[in-house]
Design a protein around this ligand. Structure first.
Ligand SMILES: C[S@@+](CC[C@H](N)C(=O)[O-])C[C@H]1O[C@@H](n2cnc3c(N)ncnc32)[C@H](O)[C@@H]1O
Length: 253
């Protein structure tokens, strides 16, 4: 699937770190919110077993792909704002690289608190778009050099800055909110391997690039290669995600 060559290669690496931070351990029931094709779902299955994992996503192709990749997991259509999941039915709800796409994040935080049992955990992580996610930073810096009006994700997307997810969780009434950073490294076989991911049309970067005329696409490609030092072999890029975990309080007696 196209997603795998672009973001999936990072989210697969991020999933075990995120699951560790959220304290996912055998015996729990977990909800994967915004599962995509299932990078985190797979990590949850390996820890909890397929029957203990529920995954939701608003994208039908992702729902179908996740279901095929993870037999035995209940994969449903749903959003973070309206999961369709019963009250207090999960021990942990996780949203990996999702909050920045959610139209009503405040409603989503309340919804995640609703579906997790008292004492359970809600967790979310989002890339540090400003300068922590080298792949996207390189792309948008190159795009801005070619077109100063390019919609740099650091300016348009929320929740990658310190404290943003924490504030959202606290406003939703969640307790013991803790912030951390998660860091992964991805290796590319060469510049074409990196560039091919952007050509898939995935996410804001792929969508913007796909809407540009050929000469602009070529200029962005050249600019990006130059900023990377025109590598003629393998290289690695780091990515930092901002993460917050919180506990669901018991309802007042
Ligand atoms: C960058 S992908 C992350 C997918 C997966 N969690 C991962 O780590 O690979 C963002 C996902 O958020 C989903 N999404 C977008 N809006 C959403 C919403 N309102 N509620 C839940 N998921 C949403 C998209 O369909 C997509 O699958």
């Amino acid at each position: 699937m196209a997603y795998d060559s672009f973001m999936g290669r990072y989210s697969r690496r991020l999933a075990p770190l995120f699951a560790d931070t959220a304290g996912v351990t055998a015996g729990q029931r977990a909800l994967d919110v915004g599962c995509g094709p299932g990078a985190l779902t797979g990590e949850l299955v390996s820890r909890l077993g397929a029957a203990a994992v529920l995954a939701i996503d608003p994208s039908e192709p992702f729902v179908a792909d996740c279901a095929v990749r993870h037999p035995g997991v209940l994969v449903r259509h749903g959003t973070a704002e309206a999961t369709g999941v019963d009250d207090a039915s999960a021990d942990v709800a996780l949203a990996q690289l999702v909050l920045h796409f959610v139209a009503q994040p405040e409603a989503a935080a309340r919804e995640l608190a609703r579906v997790v049992r008292p004492g359970g955990v809600v967790a979310a992580c989002v890339w540090d778009f400003e300068d922590g996610m080298a792949m996207l930073r390189l792309f948008w810096d190159a795009a801005l050099a070619v077109d100063p009006a390019a919609p740099d994700q650091a300016r348009t997307l929320r929740f990658g800055r310190p404290g943003e997810i924490v504030e959202l969780f606290e406003q939703a009434g969640l307790a013991e909110v803790t912030e951390s950073t998660l860091e992964v490294t991805e290796t590319y076989t060469g510049f074409d391997d990196l560039w091919a991911g952007f050509e898939q049309g995935i996410g804001p970067a792929g969508a913007w690039l796909g809407a540009q005329p050929d000469d602009v696409r070529l200029q962005v490609r050249r600019e990006m290669a130059e900023r990377l030092g025109a590598p003629d072999g393998p290289f690695s890029l780091d990515a930092v995600a901002r993460c917050a975990t919180a506990t669901v309080s018991a309802p007042p007696p």
